[in-house]
Design a binder for this molecule. Structure first.
Ligand code: ADP
Ligand code: MG
Length: 335
């Protein structure tokens, strides 16, 4: 007999991941949709669409429907989800009929936004759709004992948002969501190079700079990188060399803002749970956890142990998948 599929979806601002019980992560692509604005037709979704960013003719536009952590465009989000589910059903096969789906939503999302995600997935034929908050999914995916009465602290630094949550006994005790993450850092890099070097670089170039020579603290062996963009004076292509210390300077403010949110969340923590945090520390997930020096910098700033999840880009997706088993328990705890 075919058991019906159980799938978990991490609907991230930068990446969408899909996890199935049988096959683990079966889909992992950027949350980008390329649309023909004249016909409103979806041209591409995922990696293919992301590769078009900054390179398409005027009427084909790459859109990131979840860019700031809120669902900027319900319609495009729904269309994107449909394409993703279709791709996944090809991989998983027949058992995709009437799946049970767990979707992770940013904790700042509103009831209306959650309803929209729920409806988009239901309309694809899902039997049951559960929504789960991002910090809870990230904690489960990082193998933290979320259903025990102890503080599990998650700091998830994504593309559009960073979410900090303290979870105990299956529920969120305190959380914060800030609209700050990889996207803002990329933007700071673009602005810096524009002001300092008079060169305008694209988003994807900025992201490469962030990943290669971005640092969370200034104490590191300095590195340099060549970047290409458009000279703002001559209008011609130009290559400039930038250093990791310059990049650090550009990122500093964004990092401070995330740090402030972490501090504020820890301050909200009930005192009985504070002891757990001193002992067990916090766990970093999301792409931002991979920024060079992040772990050392944060532990110096907040004086508690900082761990990086074993696969920070996948923790939330794995958590949504594993949450299926726990969902009834979590729902009871939330009541
Ligand atoms: P979301 O959950 O919002 O979709 P992710 O957790 O998938 O986001 O993280 C994506 C973000 O992480 C992107 O902004 C990307 O630039 C950033 N990122 C990925 N890898 C690294 C890295 N090695 N160093 C710094 N930032 C990174
Ligand atoms: Mg995420």
């Amino acid at each position: 007999m075919l058991s019906h599929a159980e799938i978990g979806i991490d609907l991230g601002t930068a990446n969408v991941l899909v996890y199935t019980k049988q096959k683990g992560i079966v889909y992992n692509e950027p949350s980008v949709v390329a649309m023909n604005m004249n016909t409103k037709e979806v041209i591409a979704v995922g990696l293919e669409a992301k590769e078009m960013v900054g390179k398409t003719p005027k009427d084909i536009i790459p859109i990131r429907p979840l860019k700031d952590g809120v669902i900027a465009d319900y319609d495009i989000t729904a269309q994107m989800l449909k394409v993703v589910l279709k791709k996944v059903s090809k991989i998983v096969g027949l058992s995709m009929r009437k799946p049970t789906v767990v979707v992770c939503t940013p904790s700042g999302s509103t009831t209306v936004e959650r309803r929209a995600i729920h409806d988009a997935i239901s309309s694809y034929g899902a039997k049951v759709v559960h929504l789960i908050e991002e910090p809870v999914a990230a904690a489960i995916g990082s193998d933290l004992p979320v259903d025990e009465p102890m503080a599990n602290v998650i700091v998830d630094i994504g593309g559009g948002t960073s979410e900090i949550g303290i979870i105990s006994f299956g529920g969120v005790v305190s959380c914060r969501s800030v609209r700050n993450g990889g996207d803002k850092m990329n933007n700071e890099i673009i602005q810096y190079i524009r002001k300092k070097h008079n060169v305008f670089i694209g988003e994807r170039t900025a992201e490469n700079v962030l990943m290669e020579i971005g640092y969370a603290h200034p104490n590191h062996t300095e590195q340099t990188m060549e970047v290409r963009g458009r000279d703002l004076v001559t209008g011609l292509p130009k290559t400039v060399v930038i250093t990791s210390l310059e990049v650090y300077g550009a990122l500093k403010e964004s990092l401070e803002q995330i740090l402030e949110a972490i501090r504020a969340t820890l301050e909200d923590c009930p005192p009985e749970l504070s002891g757990d945090i001193v002992d067990h520390g916090i766990v970093l997930t999301g792409g931002g956890a991979l920024l060079n020096g992040m772990q050392e910098w944060l532990s110096d700033e907040i004086f508690v142990p900082v761990h990086i999840a074993s696969n920070p880009l996948e923790s939330v997706a794995i958590g949504t998948g594993k949450a299926l088993k726990m969902i009834s328990k979590l729902q009871k705890a939330a009541k």
